[in-house]
Design a protein around this ligand. Structure first.
Ligand code: SF4
Length: 87
């Protein structure tokens, strides 16, 4: 049976390594530099949709959590570097 959550989720979510990861790992709440963030990033390293996830977070300006192996500090550093290259 297809759930409402599955219908609304982008198709790439189906392949996400975190989909069945331990629910105790705080993907959204993980503070940058914390053990929780490191645990999330370790799972991201093996994720087949890591690039898509990272691009989604960057293009949709996700402010919190680990996406594509990056926490919000990583994403901000990438945005700053990109802005410097573009300038
Ligand atoms: S890259 Fe990380 S946060 Fe993104 S879908 Fe994969 S495991 Fe989840």
């Amino acid at each position: 049976m297809t759930t409402l959550v599955e219908l609304r989720a982008p198709r790439w979510h189906v392949y996400a390594a975190c989909r069945n990861a331990d629910r105790e790992v705080g993907w959204i709440d993980a503070e940058p530099g914390s053990k929780a963030a490191a645990d999330c990033k370790a799972i991201c390293l093996l994720c087949p949709v890591r690039l898509t996830c990272a691009i989604t977070a960057l293009t949709e300006d996700e402010s919190y959590g680990v996406w594509g192996g990056m926490d919000e500090v990583d994403r901000e550093a990438l945005r700053r570097a990109d802005a410097q290259i573009a300038a």
